[in-house]
Write a protein that binds this ligand. Structure first.
Ligand code: PGA
Length: 300
C-alpha cells in the first residue's frame, strides 16, 4: 500500500467550513464564529488546498457546497459529535477531579468506611472527601438540613424523602469481658444477660435504639447501669468489668480478645440489621456523589 501524506487540516478550519456550509455564506459564519470575514475566507482556502477538493462554488451572493464538500461535511459532523462527547466527558472528569464529596456516617460505620472510600479516593486524588461521623439522630438532623449528600446508617428515618440502598450487614452482638462467668456457656437466655449490669450507648444512637426495640419486643424491661457516648468507651468499660453491652460486631475487629472482649451466644442475637447508603430523593446528586455510589454498586 502506498503511504498517503497526511492532510494538514486544523480544527479551526473545519469549524469555519461547517459553519459556512450550514449558514450558506462566509459573512454569516464569521458572525457566528466571532471571526473576521477574511479569516474565515482564508481558512476555507487553506482547507480546500489541504484536502485537494473544491468545497464550494459561488452562487448568487453566497456559496453553494459541492458534492465533494458534502462528503467532507458529513465527515466533519461525525468528527465533531465524537469531539463533543469527549468535551462532555472531560467536563465531568474535571468536576470529579476538583469537586468535593461529603459523606456522613454513624459511629459504627467508621470501622469499615475508610476501606470502602480508600480505592475511590486513590483513583481521584484531586477530590476533597469529607467524612462526618456522628450518632444516628445527629445524622438524621444532617440529612434534614442537607449537610451531606450521602449518609451511611442502619435505621433511616421514615419521614424524609430518602433513597436507600442496603449494602452491608450490621450484626449487633452482646459483648462481655474475656473470662466472664457467662462466656463459657454454649447458649444463653436473654433473661440471664439482663440480670447483669448493662452498659448502653447514649440516647440518639442507632445501636441503642435497635437494642431497646429488641428488648421491648421481648417484653424485657431494662435500665442501663451506664450510658456511654462512643463504641470505644463502651469497649473499654466492658473490658474493665463494668458490665455487658450490645455493640455492632464491626466495632470489635478481627480479634476481640486482644481488647479483652468476647461475644456471648445469647438467644435472639445477633440482631440482624443492615447498613444503608441513603441520599435525598428531592435533590440531585453531585457528580462526585454519583460516581462514589456507582463505584460502590459496581464493587458488590
Ligand atoms: P450509632 O450507629 O449507634 O452510632 O448511632 C448505629 C446506626 O444507626 O447505624
Amino acid at each position: 500500500m502506498t503511504q498517503r501524506p497526511p492532510i494538514r487540516a486544523t480544527l479551526a478550519q473545519l469549524r469555519s467550513f461547517e459553519a459556512v456550509a450550514r449558514l450558506g455564506g462566509v459573512g454569516r459564519a464569521a458572525v457566528v464564529l466571532h471571526l473576521a470575514q477574511p479569516t474565515v475566507s482564508s481558512q476555507l482556502r487553506e482547507l480546500a488546498s489541504a484536502v485537494g477538493l473544491t468545497l464550494f462554488v459561488p452562487r448568487g451572493r453566497g456559496l453553494e457546497i459541492t458534492d465533494e464538500g458534502e462528503l467532507l461535511l458529513a465527515t466533519v459532523r461525525e468528527l465533531f459529535a465524537v469531539w463533543d462527547r469527549f468535551e462532555d466527558d472531560a467536563a465531568r472528569m474535571r468536576g470529579l477531579e476538583r469537586g468535593r464529596l461529603r459523606i456522613a456516617a454513624v459511629t459504627t460505620a467508621e470501622y469499615f468506611l475508610p476501606d470502602l472510600i480508600g480505592p475511590f479516593a486513590h483513583a481521584h486524588p484531586g477530590l476533597q472527601i469529607e467524612l462526618a461521623v456522628e450518632n444516628r439522630d445527629a445524622i438524621v438532623r444532617r440529612l434534614e438540613r442537607g449537610d451531606d449528600e450521602l449518609a451511611v446508617m442502619m435505621l433511616p428515618p421514615a419521614d424524609l424523602p430518602l433513597q436507600r440502598w442496603p449494602f452491608l450487614e450490621n450484626p449487633l452482638v452482646v459483648v462481655a469481658p474475656v473470662g466472664h462467668p457467662l462466656a463459657s456457656r454454649k447458649r444463653l437466655k436473654l433473661e440471664q444477660v439482663v440480670g447483669e449490669p448493662l452498659l448502653a450507648r447514649e440516647a440518639g444512637s442507632g445501636t441503642r435504639r435497635a437494642a431497646d426495640r429488641l428488648l421491648e419486643q421481648r417484653g424485657v424491661r431494662w435500665t442501663p447501669r451506664m450510658a456511654l457516648g462512643s463504641n470505644e468507651a463502651i469497649k473499654h468499660a466492658v473490658a474493665a468489668g463494668l458490665g455487658l453491652a450490645v455493640l455492632s460486631r464491626h466495632t470489635l475487629g478481627r480479634d476481640p480478645a486482644r481488647d479483652g472482649l468476647t461475644e456471648l451466644p445469647v438467644q435472639g442475637f445477633p440482631i440482624r440489621r443492615m447498613w444503608h447508603l441513603v441520599w435525598r430523593r428531592d435533590r440531585a446528586l453531585s457528580r462526585p456523589a454519583q460516581a462514589f455510589l456507582d463505584h460502590l454498586r459496581r464493587g458488590r
